[in-house]
Ligand binder design. Structure first.
Ligand SMILES: [Zn+2]
Length: 186
């Protein structure tokens, strides 16, 4: 007799759970159809879609967390660029600007801070036998590079966002900014 009560409540619980899950799904579908596109929405694409859109080098760096060769052609261009903004080559999100750019002599584009903090995320990276902080685009998740702190640079933050130039699109001041891409599945 003792087991009857828990069994019944378990049954009704699972019924409740399946019922509410169905409602949630329905509610979600309705919201997706009625709501206009959320400007803060993440850009999610399949691997095949990224491969099609990006150059092989952009794909290797942004989607496969690769690193461009130091002091390459892109870095030489970066050094010559004047005022402007740097956008994600994957999704167009604003990431850095010439205001935070500084010459770290490290062979990769360097910034002491992002231009728009919410468009850049960081996470611990223990690959290659090192403990580093990986920098990603918050919108499409693309790998941008790494950030190092406390190296003694005379900048407001003493941080070095060491970024692959291949993953950035430079827009000179007053130029037309790239459209921030939407989810391809929408
Ligand atoms: Zn992006």
């Amino acid at each position: 007799m003792q087991f009857t009560f828990p069994l019944v409540s378990l049954l009704s619980l699972s019924l409740l759970a399946s019922c509410s899950a169905g409602n949630d799904k329905k509610a979600m579908m309705e919201t997706q159809q009625e709501k206009p596109a959320d400007p803060a929405a993440k850009v999610e694409k399949s691997d095949a879609e990224w491969k099609k859109e990006l150059t092989p080098e952009q794909y290797r760096i942004l989607r496969k967390a690769g690193t461009e060769a130091p002091n390459g052609a892109v870095y030489e261009q970066f050094k010559k660029q004047g005022e402007g903004t740097y956008h994600c080559a994957g999704c167009g999100a604003l990431l850095f600007s010439s205001k935070e750019k500084f010459d770290s002599h490290c062979g990769w584009p360097s910034f002491y801070d992002p231009a728009k903090a919410q468009n850049v995320t960081t996470k611990k990276d223990i690959s290659m036998g090192m403990v580093r902080t990986e920098v990603n685009c918050a919108k499409c998740g693309g790998h941008l590079g790494h950030v190092f702190e406390g190296e003694g640079f005379d900048t407001p933050t003493d941080k070095r966002y060491c970024i692959n130039g291949v993953g950035l699109v430079f827009v000179p001041a007053g130029g037309e900014k790239p459209e921030v891409k939407k989810d391809a599945k929408e």
